[in-house]
Design a protein around this ligand. Sequence first.
Ligand SMILES: [Ca+2]
Ligand SMILES: [Ca+2]
Length: 327
Amino acid sequence: MEETCLFLILLLSGGLSTLPPHSREYHFVSQLKTWTEAQSYCREHFTDLVTIYNSNINQLLFSMAPNVDDYAWIGLYNDRYSWKWSMEGKLFNVGSTHEFLIWANGQPDCVNANEYCVALQGQTQMNDRPCGASYPFLCYNASSTSYILVMESRSWSAAQSYCRTYHTDLTSIRSKEEKSIITLTLNGSGVQYVWIGLYRDPWAFWSDNTTSTLTNWKPYEPNNLYLDEYCVSFHLISGKWSDGWCGSRVRFFCFTAVTKQTVVKMKLQSEADMHSTEIQQQVSQQLSGLMLSEGLTDFRIRWRKVQSYRDDQSKKQDVDGGCKTEV
Ligand SMILES: [Ca+2]
Ligand SMILES: [Ca+2]
């Protein structure tokens, strides 16, 4: 079997906001702005409002701002219209007006920053409710195309498990016709709240569209005080986070994506035929997957062939681990 060596060349470049956190620079801006104004300012002068990926970045921001009892915006916000159907899991927007998905008066209001699941209220209108509340629920069965009202009260996720075990899933409402059938199914049942398959992830969005699962809330936060706190600020004296009214004018943190290009050469040695385009594609795909899972999105992978070990055995002294390193 031929033993060959090929170099994989990875070009990592900067300049986009989808960069790993270590290639960012951070800025504290002392001007007082609303969250949206701060976002515009950061996008104009730097890259965006800051995303905090880990406690090191949190600590860095803490150390660069004045140690005063005040707040500064970060990029995190709570989007109360970004919902998903349990059956599909795809994000979609249910704004305040929609053809057949009608919010009850004043909803969604995310009371106590704790309402991330949706129930039909009064059988026709929607209300976001705490996912842990126990209500009857509506399953959908795809094989019989039917809607099943289960009168046993369960939390939203216990209801979802039940529907997935005995039917297909918690029901979606994807058309006017489907809404009519559901209204008929509920008619006369007397239920006040009934779970459907609509839910959302709390605090899922950062201004620069990257994701971070870090949270660092102050005690008793987030609380959505007065039902109007959908943006997150950083408490300068504690480094802890609070949800606040997006219209407050406070200072803020921006970041700049540092522009640089790094070339990484990887040497692969394998019994497999590394000249095979198919194998090269497989290796590239696996490597891409690995890079993406590490949060690296801005890269190119290129193959470069070098002289094989066997071909080069007579000049063995020049080789390093079986492969020449010059390319
Ligand atoms: Ca509500
Ligand atoms: Ca708050």
